[in-house]
Design a protein around this ligand. Structure first.
Ligand SMILES: [Zn+2]
Ligand SMILES: [Zn+2]
Length: 276
């Protein structure tokens, strides 16, 4: 890298690019899940609402504050990443023909599997008693999560979460657009995992292959108990390491049944009033 180009203007240009990308990504992921699930589909999904209480506005305000801190950390790290990219230490490429379309799609899957592995072990590390308070307690202050819990991290946790990006890019050759797709999948998966409504059909979690994907209930139970179910995209690591909650499948299938029972208790003349 030519260090003579490392001026204040250069830094500001990098920061602006980072801010645009991170704010756009965060708002697109969390706001669309909030608008679609919480505002648009909450009635249709009322029998799959995982917990009866709805988090208060005060919790969401706190989550937005800590998410803004996370965006700032990510922007700071983006600046480093953009410069590191110029040094040529990453395996990103911009011509699909270099590895072909098959690898274009495969590399996205490989990146997701690698990120899931990173997340599982980093998450377990942050749950160790000596690190929990400093790294991860902020995220678990949202005992009953909302889509905005997605980025509600202490700054140190934000660094750990982001650190996968340079490591992944150094190891896995991925097209620039493929990497962008991974980053978008990441924020949407994160916002959905905290949305509080189980979105998959009841038979889903026992199906072969599809049952390997973590559900909303999977991560919701993690927030409820502040332990177990550490995975992000896949159930593999939790099952291999014996950290999946034993009643996960049952909880997945019965998610929201409390609302149906409440409805059944309502007298017929008031039965048209939604349970929540
Ligand atoms: Zn969480
Ligand atoms: Zn945790």
């Amino acid at each position: 890298m030519d260090w003579s180009t490392f001026t204040l203007d250069h830094l500001l240009a990098r920061a602006t690019h980072g801010i645009e990308f991170e704010i756009f990504r965060y708002l697109l992921g969390t706001m669309s899940v909030f608008v679609v699930i919480w505002l648009g589909l909450s009635h249709a999904l009322r029998y799959r609402k995982i917990r009866k209480p709805t988090p208060r506005a005060r919790q969401i305000r706190s989550e937005l504050f800590w998410s803004a801190m996370t965006v700032l950390v990510f922007v700071g790290m983006d600046i480093l990443i953009f410069d590191a990219a110029e040094l040529g230490i990453f395996q990103t490429y911009d011509d699909v023909s270099k590895y072909g379309w098959a690898w274009f799609f495969t590399s996205i899957l490989v990146m997701l599997i690698a990120h899931d592995t990173w997340f599982y072990w980093a998450h377990r590390f942050m749950h160790l008693p000596r690190f929990y308070k400093l790294f991860h307690m902020r995220h678990h202050r949202s005992h009953n999560p909302t889509p905005f819990t997605a980025y509600s991290f202490a700054p140190l946790e934000a660094v750990v979460e982001y650190a996968f990006v340079p490591v992944g890019l150094m190891i896995i050759p991925i097209h620039e657009t493929g990497f962008y797709i991974v980053m978008m999948i990441m924020i949407f998966k994160n916002a959905f995992a905290h949305c509080g409504y189980e979105l998959m059909p009841k038979s889903w979690a026992r199906l072969p292959v599809l049952g390997w994907l973590t559900s909303v209930t999977h991560h919701d139970m993690h927030h409820e108990r502040a332990s177990g179910n550490y995975g992000f995209y896949f159930t593999w690591w939790d099952r291999w390491m014996g950290t999946e909650h034993r009643n996960y499948l049952e909880r997945f299938e019965t998610a929201g049944d409390w609302a149906r029972r409440t409805q059944a208790d309502v007298k017929p003349e008031t039965a048209l009033v939604p349970a929540e």
